[in-house]
Design a protein around this ligand. Structure first.
Ligand SMILES: [Zn+2]
Length: 174
């Protein structure tokens, strides 16, 4: 899998490059396989990680900036999201471009798990997402745990500097 990003944020550029360059790094996959069990799913860790690893598609990260008051409010805490109408695209909120590269790695991989869930595992349905609104159990869902693990590997194994997870994903399961 390669991550394409054709815009001007240095941190997202670095994060996209790091994920692309490290996608075949066994340390990353060992880390993913050590996780779980995940909340909000019946699918086990090995299956999800298998779907991720065998997904042949690349992804593209684009910016989004809400313009109306209504959308600014709706996306106030949303760092990124994917949607069923835009296969293999991740929409990254420009308000959160000040996050660290490790946090951006976390976000990209988190959203990739959603894209695999929707478009790459053959089921065509949501099978390992998380609820839309704030709640502790979603932090143990596959996208949160796998994204966080990728951020941690990027961060040299340290949890410090990965920030709060609660500000995060606006992907809606529809
Ligand atoms: Zn999510």
């Amino acid at each position: 899998m390669e991550v394409f990003y054709d815009n001007d944020d240095a941190g997202l550029k670095e994060a996209a490059l790091w994920v692309s360059d490290n996608w075949n790094n066994d340390a990353l996959w060992d880390e993913f396989l050590s996780l779980g069990p995940f909340t909000h799913t019946e699918v086990n860790v090995e299956e999800i990680v298998g779907y991720m690893r065998s997904c042949p598609n690349n992804i593209e990260v684009q910016h989004f900036t809400p313009t109306t008051q209504r959308d600014k409010k709706k996306y106030k805490k949303t760092v990124a999201y994917v949607t069923s109408g835009s296969p293999f695209k991740v929409f990254y909120h420009t308000k959160f471009l000040n996050r660290t590269v490790s946090q951006k790695v976390d976000t990209i991989v988190h959203e990739f798990v959603h894209l695999v869930d929707l478009f790459c595992d053959g089921s065509g349905s949501w099978d390992y997402g998380h609820e839309r609104f704030l709640g502790g159990s979603r932090l143990k869902s596959a996208p949160y745990m796998i994204g966080r693990a990728a951020g941690r590997v990027h961060n040299g194994g340290r949890k410090r500097g990965l920030g709060r997870q609660i500000l995060y994903c606006g992907t809606e399961e529809v």
